[in-house]
Ligand binder design. Structure first.
Ligand SMILES: Nc1ncnc2c1ncn2[C@@H]1O[C@H](COP(=O)(O)OP(=O)(O)OP(=O)(O)O)[C@@H](O)[C@H]1O
Length: 275
């Protein structure tokens, strides 16, 4: 596989913060065009792995060795250039847009802020399709047209999450990166958002999802990586990875994987008999 087709390539990457080893010699390849989930318990290093991708973390030097991080085939990126290539939705971003100055933006303004200044100028000046048209289209794609003129601070968590996904999609990124996208959503909002993500995945947007909820791993996600204690414990096709034994080992308790419609859930012990 040529490097240019890899979204992320980690080669023996260790990340330490003070005495804490957050990631421990992680090697992984995540291709563009393949929908991938990274599943692991709280504190296993999932968000830290995304921070390597977003250039918020760098590999630590251990025993005179620094691991390599390549994104879209390159190890040197200016953060602004990288942001043009990727769309990200994280809980950190959600907090930023829930209140304050960003919270006073309308859905349309927030979606437009997904363009960098340079991209915005290019779209406003040269493109047949204006940035505003593209923002309307992104809001439509996530089913948030009716929110266009509402400010983010007045929205429910689920409504705001959709707008943030529109913001992440507006500049047609090479991949959409989602950190626990359904956190804080009720069952109806969660189901609607997961269905929307399924449509985006089927439409060709590469998804990289980080989660500790099995049910967030929508059917379109074919490849799963299990992360435990800062290490890749297992990876492979969803059908082989999302099974009782590896998940019980990963979460440290007996789990049983239950299928409900197209979605998978993990139940402790033999609770499936009581469902
Ligand atoms: N800047 C930091 N300084 C010190 N420790 C950190 C830092 N960032 C993360 N950690 C620690 O690294 C470990 C992994 O954190 P991380 O946020 O990557 O886990 P996670 O798998 O995303 O967890 P969760 O599912 O709870 O969000 C945790 O023990 C966390 O406390």
């Amino acid at each position: 596989m040529s490097n240019s087709t890899l979204l992320l390539e980690l080669d023996q990457v260790t990340v330490n913060r003070g005495e804490v080893r957050i990631l421990d010699s992680v090697s992984a390849q995540i291709p563009l065009g393949r929908h991938t989930a990274i599943l692991g318990p709280n504190g296993s290093g999932k968000t830290s792995l995304l921070k390597l991708l977003m250039r918020q973390f760098y590999p630590s030097i251990t025993d005179s060795h620094a691991g390599q991080v390549r994104i879209l085939g390159r190890s040197d990126w200016h953060i602004d250039d990288l942001r043009k290539q990727l769309g990200i939705v994280s809980n950190e971003l959600d907090h930023t847009f829930a209140s304050g100055r960003s919270g006073r933006m309308t859905a349309l303004e927030a979606t437009l802020s997904g363009f960098s200044g340079v991209q915005l100028k290019r779209h406003l000046k040269y493109d047949g399709e204006s940035a505003v048209d593209l923002a309307h289209e992104a809001l439509r794609q996530v089913g948030a047209q009716r929110l266009t003129e509402r400010t983010l601070e007045t929205m429910s968590t689920g409504e705001r999450r959709r707008v943030l996904i529109a913001r992440a999609l507006v500049h047609s990124p090479k991949a959409l990166i989602l950190d626990e996208p359904t956190t804080g959503l009720d069952i109806a909002a969660r189901t609607a958002l997961l269905e929307q993500l399924e449509k985006l995945a089927e439409g060709g947007t590469t998804l990289l999802l980080v989660t500790h909820h099995l049910e967030e791993i929508i059917p379109a996600i074919e490849h799963v990586m299990l992360l435990g204690n800062g290490r890749v414990e297992m990876e492979g096709q969803r059908g082989e990875v999302l099974t009782d034994e590896p998940l019980s080992k990963l979460f440290g308790l007996p789990l049983h994987v239950v299928r409900e419609g197209e979605y998978l859930f993990a139940r402790p012990g033999d609770q499936e008999r009581r469902v």
